[in-house]
Design a protein around this ligand. Structure first.
Ligand code: FES
Length: 65
C-alpha cells in the first residue's frame, strides 16, 4: 500500500518504552494537545508517574515484557 504520508519509526524496547521517532501530536485525556519532536518514549509498563510518557520507572519494577 502506498501513501504520501511520511514513514514513522516506532521501536518497542524490550523491558522498556515504545519509542516514536518523529514529530507527533499527543492529545491528552483532558483534550490538551502537545507537540513532541525527536524521540518520544511512551510508557508500556504502567508504572510511569508521567503517563503517557516513560519516566524510567520500568527499571525500578524490573519490567520484563
Ligand atoms: S515503560 Fe518506562 S516507565 Fe513504563
Amino acid at each position: 500500500m502506498e501513501t504520501n504520508s511520511p514513514v514513522v519509526n516506532i521501536e518497542i524496547k524490550p523491558g522498556g518504552p515504545i519509542l516514536i521517532k518523529s514529530t507527533i501530536t499527543i492529545k491528552h485525556v483532558d483534550g490538551a494537545e502537545e507537540i513532541k519532536t525527536g524521540v518520544t518514549a511512551l510508557c508500556r509498563c504502567g508504572a510511569s508517574a508521567n503517563k503517557p510518557f516513560c519516566d524510567g520507572a520500568h527499571k525500578k519494577i524490573d519490567f520484563k515484557d
